[in-house]
Write a protein that binds this ligand. Structure first.
Ligand code: 26V
Length: 821
């Protein structure tokens, strides 16, 4: 702990001198940011070591959370808040003439994720450390994160996200903990000592080097570890076995270097369309094998035997991307530790648990057998054995039902089905919201749920209220603490005590003033960056998330066009002025999604320049959506658009961030929206559209008749015609694909079917917003009921219901919270 500001300043200045050889005056802002980061890292170093020692000696069960994505965002601000010294640092730096906010904004976002799944992993890390849970992250240290999005002439352009270009103060490279991961080659069988051995030969070795990032708990003494693996070529000094060494010499050529570098070079920028890319499979096996080797090595060093492995270690897989943990654990147990199959399988199944994040069929991972066999020959043999035994086992449950067995097999039709592997090889399978888990059990994974009902369970997602309220909306956080105390920081359910203040006009006014200030801040950003002036008194209607057909940004866009038409026809139309705010990235190869971005930008150009409209409507598309941009946008939102086609959005987590910041949800009965409605009550949320059951029923019937709607509804017809008749200021055929997807491909996502219910819901939103007192009450109700959606609650449910672990309090339990200033 820094004993005084003077001591802190001294440490900071020492860092500046030591790291850059510069005085305060000479140092750039970036130098200062780095020095501050280093000082903070030093500051928690002892706690970090202590946490690790404690976990090692306490011998309690530890969890490893494997995820191919961790969308952390910036760390300086969050770390300072969690340590409890943000205010103190701000003041001390202020005395040196340094603005802490400015330094915080220099940090590159760690954008090692696409969207929901990656950000969930990051929220979980924060909650797990804050609840003193012995859980560590395991992932890939991508050299390039998700691409940087630029909008040029309304089109999305993708630039590399070189987030490491100034270095990363939060990571520590641990070359002594490197392990070797083996690709390609052949497997030779040999009988030795009466046992069959499998010898993997002629493989290409890749060195996996871990970079550890501290995960600091909120005002406790816990510092957990996120271990991210980086791929390097193997060189002679690595202390390799003789055979490895020779192989590496031979492999020291440019192609080898290139292939190895590619493994941890870049994050795949798609979050829905599975593609059978070899490099992606390499990434998966790379971090799975490295992570497990380091876990088993450490476990054995402490315990000697592996007998109690499943009691002491839990491995959680975030979707199927790390599902190769199952055959890889089997390989380690059998080939390296000499265990028999049955014993190895029992330990493996009792160790692994799995979360499913999507029901979209196009996202379900399946790998061509050829690729698997060629890249991972020994793993493929194990997969075959798993499949054979699994099918034999199914035969007992469904004797004679070959169709069913074929449908559930791990390997079928020359593909390895990763979800089937994950279910067969784990003791727990969970969905991420009530409705999602129900759809998994009743539809997508029905046969599995019938066979293993005890494996299936629900864990509704959550978000960390520390980053998404305390850090992103400090004025609101301060107001809440002033009114009801700060226990909500530790126990977010206590936010409920705000409920009665919804009737307090003075409190409502304060909340509204903070919202207005947040809107002004966003408006300043928009003006500086885009030269567009927003009216902070208008309704900020926000739709930010990945661009995808099922998330229906198109529905929002078509409604804007309709609103524009109606306003042109009747300039006195009674609607409150509205600002439509969009942000989100489209996968680079997702043509339709990119056209939707162009459409929104085209609407923006038209609406914002129309002198008769622009005081009533504004449309902006903010480029490069990221965690830090979300932290700016979400606290400024009045209305939160969560309008996915019912049944498609597994949970959504943006919806939770918005409600926590007092925005009202305008949404379908999908994902966690349903549970949000249960929490806030019907009168504090605006719901519209088809239900999941209705959608699923339509699919069974082969869809609905989009053409009929088009022909019978003049308003809709006009909007659709305007996409293709030259009305919009864009090249002629620009939006033909959108038109066709709605009318010729029969509107798979029910955009037209939900159009009028959506327009009506938007009208309701406008009317409610015009009544500021009513809206203010609704906003407070939303904040007060957001506690359930803290990832602290979610993670506790995982700890109790899946992992069976207890908190391990580091340091003196009576000192918890004592660092606070
Ligand atoms: C899937 C795929 C499919 C193959 C290509 C590469 C790739 C990369 C990532 C993913 C995962 C996408 C799944 C995902 O992000 N699901 C979201 O998970 C959130 C957290 O549970 C949830 O709130 C969202 O509803 C769900 O869409």
């Amino acid at each position: 702990m820094f004993s005084s500001k003077e001591q802190f300043k001294e440490t900071f200045l020492d860092k500046l001198n030591g790291m850059f050889g510069k005085s305060l005056e000479e140092a750039s802002s970036m130098d200062r940011y780095m020095a501050l980061g280093a000082a903070v890292r030093n500051h928690i170093a002892r706690k970090w070591v202590k946490t690790n020692e404690r976990y090692l000696y306490k011998g309690e069960r530890q969890v490893y959370y494997f995820s191919i994505e961790f969308l952390l965002g910036r760390l300086l601000g969050a770390n300072l808040l969690n340590i409890g010294i943000r205010r103190f640092c701000q003041d001390a730096l202020g005395e040196l003439g340094i603005d802490l906010n400015e330094l915080e904004n220099l940090e590159a976002d760690a954008g090692l994720g696409n969207g929901g799944l990656g950000r969930l992993a990051a929220c979980f890390l924060d909650s797990m450390a804050s609840l003193s849970l012995p859980v560590h992250g395991c992932g890939i240290r991508y050299k390039y994160g998700l691409f940087e999005q630029k909008i040029v002439d309304g089109y999305q352009m993708e630039l590399p996200d070189n987030w490491l270009k100034n270095g990363n103060v939060w990571e520590i490279r641990k070359p002594d903990k490197a392990v070797i991961v083996r690709f390609y080659g052949t497997v030779r069988m040999e009988a030795r000592d009466g046992r069959l051995r499998f010898i993997h030969e002629n493989y290409k070795p890749v060195l996996a080097v871990p970079y550890d990032v501290p995960v600091i708990g909120f005002q406790n003494q816990t510092v957990n570890t996120l271990r991210l693996w980086s791929a390097e070529t193997v060189s002679a000094e690595q202390g390799l076995e003789y055979s490895d060494l020779n192989r590496c010499k031979r492999l020291e050529n440019i192609q080898y270097q290139y292939d190895v570098d590619a493994i941890s070079e870049i994050l795949y920028p798609d979050d829905t369309h599975y593609e059978g890319r070899v490099l992606r499979l390499k990434q998966q096996y790379f971090f799975v094998s490295a992570g497990l080797q380091s876990i088993v090595r450490r476990y054995k060093r402490k315990n000697g035997t592996l007998l109690e492995f499943a009691d002491k270690i839990a491995i959680h897989i975030n979707d199927t991307h790390p599902a190769l943990v199952i055959p890889e654990l089997m390989r380690i147990f059998i080939d390296e530790e000499g265990m028999g199959w049955e014993e190895a399988w029992q330990i493996t199944v009792n160790t692994v648990s799995y979360t499913n994040h999507t029901i979209l069929p196009e996202a379900m991972e399946k790998w061509p057998v050829e690729i698997m066999h060629h890249l991972l020959p020994r793993i493929y043999m194990i997969l075959q054995e798993i499949n054979e035994r699994f099918c034999r086992h199914l035969w007992h449950s469904f004797p004679g039902d070959w169709d069913k067995i074929h449908q559930m097999a791990v390997i079928a039709d020359d593909y390895v089905h990763m979800a089937h592997l994950a279910i067969a090889g784990s003791y727990s399978v969970n969905g991420v919201a009530k409705i999602h888990t129900e759809i998994l059990k009743k539809e997508v994974l029905k046969s599995f749920a019938q066979t293993y009902p005890y494996k299936f369970n629900n864990k509704t997602n959550g978000i960390t209220h520390r980053r998404w309220l305390l850090q992103a909306n400090p004025n609101l956080a301060r107001l809440i603490s002033r009114i009801v105390g700060d226990s909500w920081l530790y126990h977010p359910a206590y936010l409920a005590s705000l409920r009665r203040y919804s009737e307090d006009a003075a409190f409502r006014e304060k909340v509204a003033a903070i919202k207005l200030a947040n809107k002004e801040k966003l408006a300043r950003h928009v003006r500086n960056k885009y030269g567009i002036t927003l009216d902070p008194h208008s309704l900020f209607d926000v739709h930010v998330k990945r661009i995808h057909a099922y998330k229906r940004q198109l529905l929002n866009a078509l409604h804007i066009l309709d609103l524009y038409n109606r306003l042109k026809e009747n300039p006195d139309l009674d609607i409150p002025p509205r600002t439509f705010i969009f942000a989100g990235k489209a996968a680079p190869g997702y043509y339709l999604a990119k056209r939707v971005i162009k459409l929104v930008n085209t609407l923006a150009a038209m609406v914002n320049h129309d002198p008769r409209i622009r005081d009533k409507l504004k449309v902006v598309f903010l480029e490069n959506y990221s965690v830090s941009l979300a932290e700016l946008i979400i606290p400024a939102a009045d209305l939160s658009q969560q309008i996915s086609t019912a049944s498609k959005e597994a949970s959504g987590t943006g919806n939770m961030k918005f409600m926590l910041n007092g925005a009202i949800t305008l949404g379908t009965l999908d994902g966690a929206n349903i549970e949000i409605r249960e929490e806030v009550g019907d009168e504090n949320i605006i719901i519209f559209g088809l239900t999941a059951d209705e959608v699923l029923q339509y699919y069974q019937q082969g869809g609905y008749r989009a053409w009929d709607l088009y022909h019978s509804q003049p308003r809709l017809q006009l909007v659709l015609d305007q996409l293709v008749n030259g009305f919009l200021p864009a090249p002629g055929e620009e939006f033909r694909v959108i038109f066709n997807s709605l009318l010729h491909d029969n509107d798979e996502f029910f955009v037209l079917k939900d159009f009028f219910p959506y327009a009506a819901a938007q009208e309701t939103a406008g009317r409610l917003f015009a009544d500021r007192q009513r809206w203010g009450r609704m906003a407070i109700h939303n904040i007060a009921h957001a506690g359930f959606f803290s990832s602290d609650r979610t993670v506790s449910e995982y700890a109790v219901g899946i992992w069976k672990i207890n908190p391990v309090v580091i340091g003196d339990p009576y000192m918890v919270g004592m660092d606070r200033r």
